[in-house]
Design a protein around this ligand. Structure first.
Ligand code: CIR
Length: 252
């Protein structure tokens, strides 16, 4: 069970963040409204929220997931792999320091939290344009000491590992069709996300609920069939900036 989440409000500079989505400019007011609804959903799931004020210096800073990897017992401060985001982790470190024992990814390692998926006692670390081999090795070393089983997996054609794969719990993963050949993931019950619903691979299990993006009926129905309670959230403005449901919080 998660009890807390860190979130950060989108800054007025949000639209000048990094994106390859080609879906147009996000509307700031609507992004704020969608962010509020996201926070309400996390509260409904039973989480106490630590809400950080917006930081206009970092247009992508509402995507807090990339700045750390957190569990109930410890946190690892990441080192964002895009120079434009390097430094976002400093504030997150200050916030987490009183709450959890912390480790850090250090230069020349880079690692975005979006590349790290926990599934019970296993961690999957994606090697992407953001997470380099050194960063993955540093994280593996930290997690090895905590007795987790670690898999390091190359990621192609998607921004982060969790853009394409997410663990729901009970051995179920949502996985985009094009990457479901990964051997390391073959032991999971795989719910395949088809080509016309790719964005919905990034759903988020929080305690008794699965948060899913609005507008993906096949994924919704497949998740419901597994017996999960669902909260649907409109994510249109975050999708325009390549961000999904998991990216907007750190949960522990
Ligand atoms: C970026 O490119 O870094 C942001 N615009 C989106 C980050 C999304 N984060 C995530 O998938 N964990």
């Amino acid at each position: 069970m998660f009890t807390k989440a860190v979130v950060r409000k989108p800054a007025h500079t949000f639209a000048s963040g990094i994106t390859e989505a080609n879906l147009g400019k996000p509307a700031y007011k609507l992004a704020l409204k969608q962010h509020d609804a996201y926070c309400e959903a996390l509260a409904k799931c039973g989480l106490e929220l630590i809400v950080l004020e917006a930081d206009p210096e970092f247009p992508d800073s509402c995507f807090v997931e990339d700045t750390a990897v957190v569990t109930k017992d410890f946190g690892v401060i990441a080192r964002p792999g895009n120079k434009k985001r390097l430094g976002e982790e400093i504030e997150i470190k200050k916030v987490l320091e009183p709450l959890l024992p912390l480790y850090s990814i250090t230069e020349p390692g880079t690692l975005d939290g979006g590349d790290v998926m926990q599934a019970d006692n296993q961690f999957f670390i994606g090697l992407s344009n953001r997470t380099n081999l050194t960063g993955s090795r540093q994280l593996k070393e930290i997690l090895d000491k905590q007795n987790y089983t670690i898999y390091v997996i190359p990621v192609c054609n998607i921004l982060h590992f969790k853009t394409g794969v997410n663990y729901l719990g009970e051995n179920n993963i949502l996985i985009q069709e094009s990457i479901c050949t990964m051997n390391e993931l073959s032991a999971f019950n795989r719910i395949i996300i088809e080509q016309d619903e790719l964005y919905a691979a990034n759903c988020l299990r929080v305690n008794d609920y699965v948060l899913i993006p609005k507008g993906f009926p096949k994924t919704k129905s497949n998740v419901e069939k597994l017996g999960y309670k669902i909260i649907e959230l409109d994510m249109s403005e975050f999708q325009k900036m390549d961000g999904g449901l998991s990216c907007l919080s750190l949960r522990f």
